[in-house]
Write a protein that binds this ligand. Structure first.
Ligand SMILES: [Zn+2]
Length: 220
């Protein structure tokens, strides 16, 4: 079996290493789907339709420059009662960016989201690639809940078949989980195969997806 550079299931020791980040939620009947890297005209619209089938809500971590390109897609997302979070303006990798550059990029995304009325309640942030230096995390963490995950869907991995991607995704379904999909051009091929069956499996297990605004976001 080939080794992959990411883990589908976040190990407990990683959660323990970064206790100030939100990895999962205490819940017995909900799951928290999140979609990164949008908005995207086809992918996001597809996701919104699929979520509607199960009266599900989700959280969309948007890239500022994409919001500028497709503000109407984000407006539709908000009007359907979903949550929106900050994913930087240009999808920066924290460990490859200076403190100043990174913070400015986060703030730029915030201004763009604010302009379209996407910021409601607690501010949510997800670092692209999950990468953040200690200094960046401390600064961002003052204003934002830093939302990580415990079920990373391999929809971005072009070497993973949709079938195998779905199998792993379903094997990791559990109450309280924060799940990451990607509503981007790159992932759409896999996303459209995986998401419908994933949502059905969630429903079959008696769970429903909710937006992160519906819970208390205290880190563990
Ligand atoms: Zn991303």
């Amino acid at each position: 079996m080939r080794l992959r550079r990411y883990l589908h299931n976040t190990p407990a020791f990683v959660k323990w290493l970064y206790p100030n980040r939100v990895w999962d939620i205490k819940s017995t009947n909900s799951i928290y789907l999140t979609f990164d890297d949008g908005p995207h005209p086809e992918a996001t619209s597809f996701v919104l339709e699929e979520l509607d089938r199960y009266q599900s809500k989700a959280t969309f971590f948007c890239i500022g420059e994409k919001v500028k390109q497709y503000p109407e897609i984000l407006e539709t997302t908000i009007s359907k009662g979903h949550n929106v979070g900050n994913h930087t303006n240009n999808h920066l990798n924290g460990s490859k960016s200076s403190f100043d550059e990174y913070i400015k990029n986060v703030e730029r995304c915030h201004r763009t989201l604010n302009e379209v009325g996407a910021i409601k309640g607690k501010r949510l942030f997800r670092p692209p690639y999950g990468r953040l230096t200690g200094g960046q995390a401390k600064y961002v963490g003052r204003e934002y809940a830093i939302i990580m995950w415990d079920n990373l869907i391999g929809d971005f991995d072009q070497t993973l078949s949709s079938r195998e991607c779905l199998r792993r995704a379903i094997a990791n379904i559990r109450a309280g989980s924060i799940v990451v999909f990607h509503d981007s051009q790159k992932s759409f091929g896999s996303l459209k195969n995986v998401l419908p069956d994933f949502l059905k499996a969630v429903n079959d297990k008696g769970l429903i997806s909710k937006a992160l605004s519906s819970v208390d976001l205290h880190p563990q």
